[in-house]
Design a protein around this ligand. Sequence first.
Ligand SMILES: Cc1cc2nc3c(=O)[nH]c(=O)nc-3n(C[C@H](O)[C@H](O)[C@H](O)COP(=O)(O)OP(=O)(O)OC[C@H]3O[C@@H](n4cnc5c(N)ncnc54)[C@H](O)[C@@H]3O)c2cc1C
Length: 409
Amino acid sequence: MPPGFVIVGGGLAAARAAETLRDEGHDGALTVLAAEPRLPYDRPPLSKEVLKGDDEPDSTVLHDEAWYAERDIEVRLGVEATGLDTAAHRVTTADGESLDYDKVLLATGSRVLQLPVPGSDLDGVVTLRTLEDSVALRDRFADRPHVVVVGAGWIGMEAAAAARAHGCEVSVVSPAAPLIRALGDRMSRVFARAHRDNGVDLVLHAGVQSLRGKDRVEALVTTDGRVFEADLVVVGVGVQPNAELAAAAGLSLAEGLGGAVVVDSALRTSDPDVVAAGDVCAWPCRPLADRRVHVEHWANAHDAGPVAARTMLGKQASHDVLPFFWSDQFDIGMEYVGHTVDPATADLVTRGDVETREFMAFWLVDGRIEAGMHSNVWDTVDHVQDLIRGGREVDTARLADPDVPLTDL
Ligand SMILES: Cc1cc2nc3c(=O)[nH]c(=O)nc-3n(C[C@H](O)[C@H](O)[C@H](O)COP(=O)(O)OP(=O)(O)OC[C@H]3O[C@@H](n4cnc5c(N)ncnc54)[C@H](O)[C@@H]3O)c2cc1C
């Protein structure tokens, strides 16, 4: 009998792994357990094109039903795996079924954190993770409510931009400046300005004490007692890895990295027959001197799925990518590659015109580039990747000079 494989999770990493398993020769049973009621889809458009109403929700679906059927991939929708018995090689589901596996992939992704304050269960207080969340929010934006976004991370800032595109009045309430944890103070100010220029009211250094309303939300009260009227509150206060199955099975977790599942460069967990890919795990990033990183990026899930599949097939495989992500907010189209632990202490070098939001930025530690981003300077990511991978000290004056090609540094 050929081995039987189970994939737990129905997102991008799961779909990519299933695709690779069949493409690269797995002819045994292949079952995907997917908690959501729909086939795997892409999430980035949920806070951008779909939320703004520019793209149809169905455009996010990765493969249709026929595609899985043709490849004999059994996708069980709406089925949550609730147990992982690594000794018996068995996964159990919420509806009491059990599936035996030779190898299992955990591609369970992450879930949104809720706002732990009174009133957060009122109607009109929403989060954004699933296609259903995005479509419901898009429909609510169309009525032009007064929107208060809680949290100034990527999802919060993109939701604020989409709400403005619908013509809503928008405030963002956050204890921290926009994107400061990822980008540091100076780049945070670039995004803050873009939002203010486009009519977003940024209420910074403010926590949320409570949400008020009778049947539905009517106002948000900050920890310093200010009251903001709100018809709709979008909570974007972060995510956490869905690592419960791994934890209960006794697999190693990275406590400093949100409790993500620890994997090696082949994406093997502490159990040799369990691999993990995507948002749920933290891997040693070879181009960053094997520093263990945990990211919630589309490209990571996209590239890790095939690596996990090859490991399941017993092939040599290594997840050697650099972290990469992008964002669109008003007139800023940005891409970021690399990873710097603390942008506040790294040296920031910019190149181009920050004022007009057409520039590049680099974060250096000990003279070496650890991460780079651009705002509206396209087709530069490959060169920045090469510079990071090269690991050489660079001349910062030349790096800052747009007349010096990146390839000549
Ligand atoms: C609104 C939004 C916008 C984003 N924009 C960007 C962007 O612009 N750029 C970027 O790089 N990244 C972006 N991301 C992040 C990116 O989408 C994620 O990194 C990516 O979806 C991770 O894929 P994944 O397969 O690891 O996990 P997920 O997409 O989270 O999929 C995991 C799936 O597994 C299911 N599952 C969980 N537990 C179980 C279980 N026990 N049994 C069965 N099924 C289970 C979940 O329900 C889910 O469907 C965005 C994310 C969101 C939510």
